[in-house]
Design a protein around this ligand. Structure first.
Ligand SMILES: [Mg+2]
Length: 313
């Protein structure tokens, strides 16, 4: 049985008294980080230590250290990549993670309604009755993901939108890169095994999603892809056109009536295998990977993330 509905996946946690704060100084935003954190933690009488990352796996190592020292919570100032690194050290522990959104991409924070403002995000840690949401993560081979995997068009687009273009053009980078990726578009035969059942489907891109927020826009999505339902969602887009992503956002992730169902296929499952012929570029949480067959599993209820208190409707 998996938990359905938002209420059942949000739990009260004990008041934070001791916290490790991991800061990625290379995160996208320029803002005075320490004075804001210092003020918030001092006012709430929280004992805090700060760890500054220099290398890719530092967030993991620092979070591992926090588990050893049995802190009440770990906070991460950074983007989705930093959060995922730290999170993978917390899996299986009950130590909650606080996201202090500091990156260019904070898709998970957006999905969980964590405030973008640093002072407000610190407020979740300092709260008298803090709350956490229990969320799933995906696992592919030995790597964890919080958002999604993509094969084909979507992965090609991520690959084309490199850091330089992203810095220069921001979100427009994806429009530029999707135009580039469209030139390479091809129809692919996808072989899927979803919880032991086989499917063969032709399409231009295949997405395996844990989180519903697609991250390219500020659209607040009314989605069926639930980060706490113990399931991964598999979406195959059958045909490409210039508005492909806008289409996916509107009709798949935003749960519009299925009047174009000839264009997309949607499944859910716990154990997903995807192979493509010809082989396709793969992206995992926005990071391009080699052309490898995908075997993804959901790790249900893997981690606790501090979220704002629910307001009565
Ligand atoms: Mg899910």
């Amino acid at each position: 049985m998996h938990l359905k509905g938002i209420g059942m996946t949000i739990i009260p946690i004990k008041k934070v008294k001791k916290i490790h704060i991991i800061i990625n100084p290379a995160a996208g935003r320029i803002e005075p980080i320490l004075p804001i954190i210092n003020l918030a933690m001092n006012e709430a009488k929280i004992d805090w230590d700060v760890f500054v990352t220099k290398k890719k796996h530092d967030p993991f190592l620092f979070a591992q250290e926090a588990v050893k020292r049995n802190v009440d919570a770990v906070a991460v100032y950074g983007g989705d990549g930093t959060v995922m690194e730290a999170m993978s050290a917390l899996l299986g522990s009950e130590i909650p993670l606080a996201i202090l959104p500091g990156g260019t991409a904070n898709v998970l924070a957006t999905e969980l309604k964590v405030p973008k403002d640093l002072k407000e995000a610190c407020g979740l840690i300092c709260h008298q009755n803090p709350q956490a949401k229990i969320i799933d993560v995906g696992k592919m081979n030995k790597q964890y993901f919080i958002l999604r995997l993509g094969l084909g068009f979507e992965a090609e687009m991520m690959k084309q939108a490199d850091r330089k273009i992203k810095n220069r053009f921001g979100r427009l980078a994806y429009v530029i890169s999707s135009a580039k990726a469209l030139k390479k578009i091809q129809e692919v035969q996808y072989e899927l095994i979803i919880d032991g059942k086989k499917y063969t489907e032709k399409g231009v891109t295949c997405i395996v999603a844990n989180s519903g927020n697609i991250g390219y826009s500020d659209l607040s999505l009314h989605n069926q892809i639930d980060v706490s339902d113990g399931l991964l969602d598999v979406v195959i887009v059958r045909r490409a056109h210039i508005g492909l992503l806008a289409y996916v956002i509107k009709h798949v992730f935003a749960k519009q009536p299925a009047d174009h169902m000839e264009l997309v296929q949607h499944w859910q499952g716990k154990d997903i295998q995807v192979s493509a012929s010809p082989e396709q570029v793969v992206q995992c949480d926005g990071e391009p990977l080699e052309k490898i067959p995908v075997h993804a599993q959901v790790v249900p209820g893997a981690v606790r993330i501090l979220v704002p208190a629910e307001k009565p409707e």
